[in-house]
Design a protein around this ligand. Structure first.
Ligand code: DGP
Length: 114
């Protein structure tokens, strides 16, 4: 989608600090990190949220979650632990409507989340 920020990152039209990629997904550092490791894993295809990935491109879920695990390993947080977050819709405080999973780690996470 021409007017989608994350589609433009996938296309290389907007620079991003790419951490890892595979056939179906791309991971890059969040512009506004809230943890020592904060990456976003997104499908290459434009899908609005994780539910839409599951409904329309379920194989891509494996690409997204597999890449999230790869990012955690690369960042050295696989052993200490990390959190995957997929903010969805208004109450989930989703601000970019191209599906993404936050990979957060490098510190202890609070619970419950705000
Ligand atoms: P969410 O609230 O779950 O929709 O989070 C969207 C995230 O996207 C937010 O943490 C900030 C990040 N973000 C927004 N614009 C850009 C950008 O242009 N580049 C990068 N790297 N991250 C961005």
């Amino acid at each position: 989608m021409a007017d989608c920020l994350f589609c433009r990152i996938v296309a290389g039209e907007i620079p991003a600090d790419i951490v890892a990629e595979n056939d179906g997904a791309v991971a890059f550092r969040d512009v506004n990190p809230v943890a020592p490791t904060h990456a976003l894993v997104i499908p290459r295809e434009h899908l609005e949220n994780v539910a839409e990935i599951a409904a329309k491109a379920s194989a891509t879920l494996g690409d997204v979650l597999g890449l999230a695990a790869e990012v955690a390993a690369k960042e050295g947080i696989a052993e200490t632990g990390y959190r995957l977050v997929a903010n969805t819709g208004r109450d989930g405080h989703q601000t970019v409507f191209h599906a993404h999973v936050h990979v957060l780690g490098g510190r202890s996470m609070g619970w419950p989340p705000g």
